[in-house]
Write a protein that binds this ligand. Structure first.
Ligand SMILES: *Cc1c(COP(=O)(O)O)cnc(C)c1O
Length: 461
């Protein structure tokens, strides 16, 4: 399998090169030249596979340049860190299936991809005798999952900037209690946007980037999307028998990575009915799907902070397919976006969009009310992101078919909001309790680009 850029500016490259490249030099995102087709017969043959076995079947069709035993080893090690034997188990509550994606070390679905990516980076770097310095900004979930994905890994050093005092308490502990020598937590006296702006500026400094082999772990990396394709198959195999085909997915969406993985699964032939894109007040993607209005708004802070995003980076991958793989059109769309703050779509394009996706936006009060009412009816706790998806599913998906809601975080990760919704603290899992009182390592810096650059240079010696 070879990979191309959504903006058409590179010759096709192999999987490992696509992983190391992250973003294409022409500014585009990488995608496979085609998707492997999984027949119904093949699907049936996968019913008894464990999660890692299924992951191997799917991933191996996209890789091609890693020997089978090595790839299976990378997968096995990545999912052995999950605390549930099914990795992403499904439970049925109040007529919907909840797929629990939060049994990884940092209790959010990002572990599913970042455990694998950490192992993959280490493997490729060792083979090439290279090293990589990862720099990233986080509002909480990505940073902690990335840190846990690469802690102690050879050839990798990671610097994660988070806004000082502005993540949830559990998120902060998950990051700062990692004291491995290759992990550097930087708490910035400022906002998440300050962190992100500084990381962008560091990557924009090409001399610095080159000299210090900077790399990123944000959700534009193809390997992250790919790892997430697996659980759509896993869920489908668990909830269907041989006759019932109609399975719908509800996906709480921020950067469009998770739902794009579902779209890939559908293109591979997985019989998915509707893919429901659920947003909070940051609803540019809902406006796009329902009315064709793709225009930027301001980022609003909500109780589901990992979805507080206006520019969803993976949206470009979807656009490439919507435009029938025409990279000239993708480039033109981003020119329009830059010049006019919006992208416009034809009627035919909107028909395609509405065949691929449906969408609804769920505001804060509805999110809190869903946490409350779902708990009252079932005794099951939905984290605020999952609650957005569940509310959307109850509203939009047909009740007489299988509705699978992706549970993207464990409620304990957002205990402040759970308390706001329920009027009482949510139970704290043992793994979180164990973090209290552990030694921490974190340096606090001003939101000053030079200070951050000097800090990184000093740490790298
Ligand atoms: C990252 C995240 C999301 C959004 O996922 P995308 O792939 O960015 O759309 C939703 N919920 C939680 C808890 C997250 O951490």
């Amino acid at each position: 399998m070879r990979y191309i850029s959504t903006r058409g500016g590179i010759e096709p490259i192999a999987f490992k090169d696509a992983v190391m490249m992250g973003l294409a030099p022409d500014g585009g995102l990488l995608l496979p030249q085609s998707y492997p087709h999984i027949s119904r017969e093949q699907l049936e043959a996968w019913r008894t596979l464990s999660y890692p076995e299924l992951a191997y079947q799917i991933l191996s069709r996209f890789v091609g340049d890693i020997p089978a035993a090595d790839l299976q080893g990378l997968i096995d090690r990545s999912y052995a860190t999950f605390s549930h034997p099914d990795v992403t188990p499904l439970v049925k509550q109040d007529g919907v299936y909840i797929m629990e994606l939060f049994h990884g070390v940092t209790l959010a679905f990002k572990d599913v991809a970042l455990q694998f990516l950490g192992n993959l980076f280490e493997y490729i770097l060792a083979e090439r005798n290279e090293s990589l310095n990862i720099i990233g900004a986080t509002s909480g979930d990505t940073g902690s999952a990335a840190i846990h994905g690469v802690r102690g890994k050879k050839g990798i050093t990671i610097f994660i900037l988070h806004p000082h005092g502005k993540t949830s308490a559990v998120q902060a502990l998950q990051m700062t209690t990692v004291t491995d020598a290759n992990v550097h937590n930087i708490a910035i006296r400022g906002t998440f946007d300050d962190c992100q702006d500084m990381v962008k500026a560091l990557f924009g400094d090409l001399e610095f980037k080159e000299k210090y082999s900077l790399g990123a772990v944000n959700s534009i990396n193809w390997a992250r999307v790919l790892a997430q394709v697996v659980y759509y198959f896993y869920a489908w195999l668990r909830v269907t028998d041989q006759t019932d085909d109609s399975v719908h997915f509800s996906v709480p969406t921020g950067n469009f990575g998770d739902i794009f993985a579902g779209y890939v699964a559908k293109r591979m032939g997985l019989p998915i009915g509707k893919l429901l894109l659920a947003t909070n007040e940051n609803n540019i993607l809902t406006r796009f799907v329902t009315t064709g209005d793709y225009s930027l708004g301001d980022v609003v802070q909500t109780v589901s902070p990992s979805m507080d995003i206006q520019i969803a980076s993976n949206f470009e991958r979807y656009l490439f397919h919507l435009y029938a793989e025409n990279s000239d059109k993708v480039r033109a769309a981003f020119v329009e976006m830059k010049e006019q703050g919006r992208i416009s779509f034809t009627e035919a394009e909107m028909r395609q969009v509405q065949a691929d996706l449906c969408s609804v936006s769920v505001d804060q009060s509805a999110t809190l009310e869903t946490i409350r009412s779902f708990y009252a009816e079932t005794g099951y706790l939905l984290d605020p992101h999952t609650a957005v998806g569940v509310k959307a599913a109850l509203e939009l998906l047909p009740a007489d078919s299988a509705r699978i809601c992706l549970a993207t975080a464990h409620p304990a990760k957002f205990s402040e909001t759970m308390e706001q919704a329920l009027g009482a603290p949510a139970p704290v899992p043992e793994s979180v309790q164990a973090l209290q009182g552990k030694p921490t390592r974190c340096d606090v810096l001003d939101a000053d680009l030079n200070a951050v650059r000097e800090y990184i240079i000093a740490q790298l010696g």
